[in-house]
Design a protein around this ligand. Structure first.
Ligand code: ZN
Ligand code: ZN
Length: 376
C-alpha cells in the first residue's frame, strides 16, 4: 500500500485502534522487534508480545521483510491515524516453527508468507468473494486491532509473528526468498488490477512510475504476455525498464511522444505516490480503457477533465492490494515464471537510513530487511 503527504481524512479503515493491554488470560511470548514510539523518533529495537499459538494459528520465524512506503508513512503518522508504538512491515517471508492443533494448511518447516492482512470478518460479501482487502473489518498486519491480544497488531520488523492460518500463504521455495518479500505488497498491488481487467497476450498495458510497484507491474504484465510500455519523465530509465520487460518507454514530458501514444492502451497502472496530472494519461487510453490509481491517495490536482472519458467510455479506477486467494495465485505464478522483486538487502540496524533513501527514490527497487540481523 502506498500513500502520500497529508492524506488525512482520505484513508478510512475500520481498524479499531484501541490501546489496551493484552488480556490476562492470553499467554504471550516476548520477541525482539524494531519500532517507534513517536512520529519524530527513529526506529529502534523494542520488545513486543506475540500471542501463544491458538488452535488455528501459525507461528513464523521471520527471515525477510520488505520495506514499503506505507511503513514509513505509518511510522511517521503521515496519515494522522497512527497509534504508537508502531512495528511496521507487511511483506513477510519466514519459516513455520509451530502450528495450532486445528491447522491444516501449513506445517512446521514450511516456507510461508504474510502480506498486508492478518484477519477479516469472514462473513461480509467481500470476504465471501475472496476480496478480504475490501472487508470493512480487515485487520492490517500492523496498526490493526488484534482481537486476541486486545492490542495493536505489530508487523514484520520482528523475529517472529503469529497469524491465523487462513492469512498465511505458501511460498514456492525455489525462489530467492528475500526477493519474494515485496511480492506480498508491491507485487499483489499490481497483480490484482492486471487480473481484474483481464490482461493477456492481446493487451496493451502502460505503467506510470518506475519504483517498487512499477517495476513489479512491468515484470508481471510482461509475464502475462501483454505489450508493456513505461511512462517516464526522463530518458535515464529507458534501459532499466527494458531490462525489466518493458517493450517501450514513452517520455511523458515530450509532447510529440505523448501525442503518438494517444488512444493506445487498454490499461494503465499509475503507481506514482504523489499528486500529479492524470489527464495526459487518460488521453492515451483506448476506447473502454481504464486507468487504475494505485499509488496516490487524495484529491486530484489539477482536476480530472471528463470530456475524453465521455468521448471514449474511458474509466479511472482505484485498487487496493489483493485478497488472500489472489495473493496465493500470484505467488504460484511467480514460482512458475521465476519472478521475484529486484531488491537491496539491508540489516535492520540500517532501517532509518533506508527510509531516507526511499524518500529520494534511491533504491532499485525495494529494500528488504534480512531479519537475521535482528538476532545479532
Ligand atoms: Zn505496502
Ligand atoms: Zn469481511
Amino acid at each position: 500500500m502506498r500513500g502520500t503527504k497529508q492524506s488525512q481524512n482520505v484513508i478510512k479503515t475500520s481498524n479499531k485502534l484501541t490501546k489496551l493491554k493484552p488480556t490476562d488470560k492470553m499467554k504471550t511470548k516476548q520477541v525482539k522487534a524494531y519500532g517507534t514510539q513517536s512520529p519524530e523518533a527513529d526506529l529502534k529495537e523494542v520488545q513486543i508480545d506475540r500471542r501463544e499459538v491458538l488452535s488455528k494459528d501459525v507461528e513464523i520465524d521471520i527471515l525477510y521483510c520488505g520495506v514499503c512506503h506505507s511503513d514509513l508513512h505509518f511510522a511517521r503518522n503521515d496519515w494522522g491515524m497512527t497509534q504508537y508504538p508502531v512495528v511496521p512491515g507487511h511483506e513477510i517471508v519466514g519459516k513455520v516453527t509451530k502450528v495450532g492443533s486445528a491447522v491444516s494448511k501449513h506445517k512446521v518447516g514450511d516456507i510461508v508468507a504474510v502480506g498486508c492482512l492478518v484477519d477479516s470478518c469472514r462473513t461480509c460479501s467481500s470476504c465471501k468473494n475472496d476480496l478480504e482487502q475490501y472487508c470493512p473489518e480487515w485487520v492490517g498486519t500492523y496498526g490493526g486491532f488484534d482481537k486476541h491480544l486486545q492490542t495493536n497488531t505489530h508487523g514484520g520488523y520482528s523475529e517472529a509473528i503469529v497469524v491465523d492460518e487462513d492469512f498465511v500463504l505458501q511460498v514456492p521455495n525455489h525462489l530467492d526468498l528475500a526477493g519474494v518479500a515485496p511480492v506480498l505488497c508491491a507485487g499483489i498491488t499490481t497483480w490484482s488490477p492486471l487480473r481484474y481487467w483481464n490482461v493477456n497476450k492481446d493487451s496493451k498495458v502502460a505503467v506510470v512510475g518506475l519504483g517498487g510497484l512499477g517495476h513489479m507491474a512491468i515484470k508481471l504484465a510482461h509475464a502475462l504476455g501483454a505489450h508493456v510500455t513505461l511512462f517516464s519523465r526522463s530518458t535515464n530509465k529507458i534501459e532499466d525498464a527494458k531490462a525489466l520487460g518493458a517493450h517501450e518507454v514513452v517520455i511523458s514530458t515530450d509532447q510529440s511522444q505523448m501525442e503518438k501514444a494517444m488512444g493506445q492502451f487498454d490499461l494503465i497502472l499509475d503507481t506514482v505516490p504523489y499528486e500529479h496530472d492524470f489527464n495526459p494519461y487518460i488521453a492515451t487510453l483506448k476506447t473502454n480503457g481504464t486507468l487504475v490509481v494505485l499509488g496516490y491517495l487524495g484529491p486530484l490536482d489539477p482536476p480530472l477533465v471528463t470530456v475524453p472519458m465521455i468521448m471514449g467510455r474511458k474509466s479511472i479506477a482505484g485498487s487496493l492490494i489483493g485478497g488472500i486467494a489472489e495473493t496465493q495465485e500470484l505467488l504460484d505464478f511467480c514460482g512458475k515464471h521465476n519472478i521475484t522483486s529486484d531488491i537491496e538487502v539491508v540489516n535492520i540496524q540500517d532501517i532509518n537510513t533506508a527510509y531516507e533513501r526511499m524518500l529520494k527514490s534511491d533504491v532499485k527497487y525495494r529494500f528488504v530487511i534480512d531479519m537475521k540481523s535482528l538476532k545479532n
